[in-house]
Design a protein around this ligand. Sequence first.
Ligand code: SF4
Length: 245
Amino acid sequence: MEEDLASQDIDPVEMLVRIGKHHGKSAVFTSSLGLEDMVITDMIARNNIDVEIATIDTGRLPDETYQLMEKVRLEMGVDIKVYFPERKEVEDMINSRGINLFYHSIDNRHFCCNVRKVNPLKNILRNRSVWITGIRGEQTVARKNSRKVEFVRDHNVLKVNPLLDWTRDEIWSYVKIHRVPYNILFDKNYKSIGCQPCTRAVGKDEDERSGRWWWEDGIKECGLHLTGEVSTGLNLGNKSGGIID
Ligand code: SF4
């Protein structure tokens, strides 16, 4: 039976259940252990949804993120598969541009994000049919233009963003009600958490992404969610992941 999610307004849990049923481990949820990612992890765990949960250890994460990763495994009983960057690529980058290259130029910053994040993501998404993410439209202009179900040409995969229209308050409310573990940096004025050298706490009224690469102007993305995407009516019951208009 083919399940049509083109209406875009299906409940997040229902979306995840359908994906698990039709795609199993061919679907992957990529988590950076942010608040939204913890909500989706909780939904997957509570409903025994059979999709892979993956994360990227960039090698530069804050210790608090590693502590949370361990909590997810020990307290939630959830296995997160950890992917790493290619050792040779990291070595060559550091030996040619320095350990903290990202502070020196935007090109260096993008290069580091490519080596440590985007290239491992390509490995994660190879031969997948569905890519589940925790992005929300409120976070950036680019994300605002996303849809709950869209095709990502660069990775040849259906990208599903179940929480796209959730507000930050709704995320916090879910976390509190369901007692979902979260990164303790959120209690220290962090609003978005990535690599340790590229993330800092922000003021109460500051933008959610303002603590990421704070020395730069412009788009606050690492490239993971900036691929050529095509929004369309899609069908998640198709194992091949093809577009059905
Ligand atoms: S966030 Fe910073 S440390 Fe992490 S991959 Fe990007 S540039 Fe490198």
